[in-house]
Design a protein around this ligand. Structure first.
Ligand SMILES: Cc1cc2nc3c(=O)[nH]c(=O)nc-3n(C[C@H](O)[C@H](O)[C@H](O)COP(=O)(O)OP(=O)(O)OC[C@H]3O[C@@H](n4cnc5c(N)ncnc54)[C@H](O)[C@@H]3O)c2cc1C
Length: 502
């Protein structure tokens, strides 16, 4: 069996599918990627209208080292494919009482900014960020860089160190409780609680270990791919094509074929495409429900509560707003009510946090002179039969009122055109269950164990990557999922199938 496997089918050309295709091609496999849409990138895509360009999915780019690893592995210089810069002040945080914090990339400047404008001391902020880094160091090898479902991964020196220091990781307290014990000013607490939304989680329920997310953004830094997020996709896709990955667009896979508990390929419209291994980059819920209806489902994983979703307004604005940075977070004054309404009532209430991305601030060609491309995102419940047309209208009205208060003028008059995307659109665009763009929620103490592993425990040769499986959603974690898949395949099947390529 070993060394004779040659072919891999990947279902989905999301960023994790592309990263997996690169890694597996470099291991010597012949890789074919089947994508339902007629373009690569999945949630990562852009849209151009009347001289404005909008990123439509991810906008905050952290941990570029995970991307660089793909180019390093291929012996290429990432800078030949993509230009990545680090803005000096990537974020502005706005509070309803009028406070505005400028998030400097320089840590000492940032600590000074928070400490001089809130009631928290610089030592408290510094200690918090150090603690977030420690959490990352203690958990990365168990929770992020490896499969959680391989016993030997718990027996390494790093894993044991993490277990001995489990108190510091804060698994048994919530993000909010942990943040309240670190800071005295409610606004600082809210600021750090807001990072929960990066994983579609509720800071009042999600375990304190998830405060590690602020480590990604603050200690690790926020970067910008020149040209917009689409440049990440273009660079990765270009590399995959150069390496010989075969892409098949407009091909919706309808079955993962299994014989005697082993995958043997996929099928599309009744036509069989045999392969030795299959990597699914699609939503894991639908992979079981639609592509393997005859196989036993991992019920605990599929039935686990799902993350929340987002409602996004794309507005072409006929004006420039100097108050805004590349990323702007407007925190609600009552986050507890905000999350309570999302999770208990499956609704968006009067209190909500919103985020405005303006890539024009860096990428000048993204909007005409004197204009701006606004990407306005509001946390929203996942699909539970709501009237989304009514929800759009309700939130838009409230949003405009909030913006008028925060920015000092009626912004509606500057909207040249708009496109609104609610969870129904996210669900339809990349075929995701309940429009839950981050997959299973992380809101329970042991939620990490309720994400699907990167391999099938029952079907040999079947692997999973992407934002709905381990270790989580977001561009950095999905890139890590591809790494874990390729590491698992190397471990199980061989060191290398052939010499770089075939
Ligand atoms: C609005 C929004 C904002 C976000 N903001 C951020 C952010 O700021 N920073 C960040 O890091 N992350 C962000 N994310 C999350 C991030 O975009 C995702 O976690 C990541 O892009 C997911 O990549 P993926 O490879 O897992 O899957 P996807 O991008 O979902 O790709 C899966 C692919 O599989 C295809 N597919 C599905 N079913 C089939 C089938 N049967 N046959 C063939 N193909 C199929 C789909 O068409 C899709 O192309 C955001 C997401 C959204 C939607």
């Amino acid at each position: 069996m070993k060394d004779t496997l040659k072919t891999v089918s990947i279902i989905g050309a999301g960023i994790a599918g592309l990263a997996s295709s690169i890694r597996l091609t470099l291991l010597g496999y012949e890789v074919s990627v089947y994508e339902a849409n007629d373009y690569p990138g999945g949630k990562l895509f852009d849209w151009t209208q009347e001289g404005y360009r909008f990123d439509m999915g991810p906008t905050v780019f952290t941990m570029p080292s995970y991307l660089k690893e793909l180019f390093d592995l291929a012996g290429k210089d990432m800078n030949d494919y993509i230009e990545i810069i680090q803005p000096e002040i990537p974020f502005h945080y706005f509070f309803e009482d009028g406070l505005v914090l400028q998030f400097h990339s320089d840590l000492e400047k940032l600590i000074f900014e928070i400490a001089s404008k809130t009631n928290d001391q610089p030592e408290a902020v510094r200690a918090y960020l150090n603690k977030a880094e420690t959490k990352f160091e203690l958990t990365k090898n168990v929770f992020l860089h490896n499969s959680l479902n391989i016993l030997s991964n718990y027996l390494t020196k790093d894993a044991l160190r993490g277990m001995i220091r489990i108190g510091e990781v804060e698994v048994f307290t919530s993000m909010d409780k942990s943040n309240r014990s670190a800071f005295t000013d409610k606004r600082t607490v809210d600021l750090f609680n807001s990072f929960a939304s990066y994983l579609g989680s509720n800071p009042y329920k999600a375990p304190g270990v998830l405060n590690v997310i602020s480590h990604f953004q603050i200690n690790g830094g926020v970067y910008f791919p020149v040209g917009g997020m689409q440049s990440i996709l273009n660079a990765t896709y270009k590399l995959a094509c150069e390496l010989g990955v075969k892409f098949h667009f407009g091909q919706k896979v309808d079955r993962i074929l299994v014989e005697k508990k082993k995958v043997c390929g996929i099928s599309i419209g009744g036509v069989t495409f045999p392969s030795d291994l299959v990597v699914s980059n699609m939503d894991v819920y639908f992979a079981y429900k639609h592509l393997m209806p005859d196989q036993k489902e991992p019920k605990k994983v599929l039935d686990h509560p799902k993350s929340h979703s987002v409602l996004v307004f794309h507005w072409g604005m006929k004006k420039s707003f100097p108050q805004l940075a590349l990323h702007n977070m407007f925190l609600s004054a009552d986050m507890s009510d905000e999350y309570g309404t999302i999770y208990k009532n499956a609704d968006i209430g009067d209190h909500f946090t919103y985020y405005i991305n303006v890539s024009k601030k860096i990428n000048d060609s993204d909007a005409p002179a004197g204009c701006e491309n606004w990407y306005v995102l509001v946390n929203a419940p996942n699909l539970q039969g709501q009237d989304w047309d009514a929800m759009q209208l309700k939130v838009r009205k409230k949003l405009l009122q909030k913006m008028e208060k925060a920015l000092g003028e009626d912004v509606e008059q500057y909207i040249q055109f708009e496109r609104i995307r609610d969870p129904r659109d996210h669900a339809q665009q990349t075929n995701i269950a309940f429009g839950a763009i981050y997959g299973n929620s992380f809101d329970q103490t042991f939620s990490v164990f309720h994400r699907h592993p990167n391999f099938s425990k029952r079907i040999h040769g079947l692997y999973f990557c992407g934002g709905t499986v381990h270790p989580g959603s977001g561009v950095p974690l999905t890139l890590l999922s591809a790494k874990i898949v390729s590491d698992l395949i190397v471990k199980k099947y061989s060191q290398k199938v052939g010499s770089n390529g075939k």
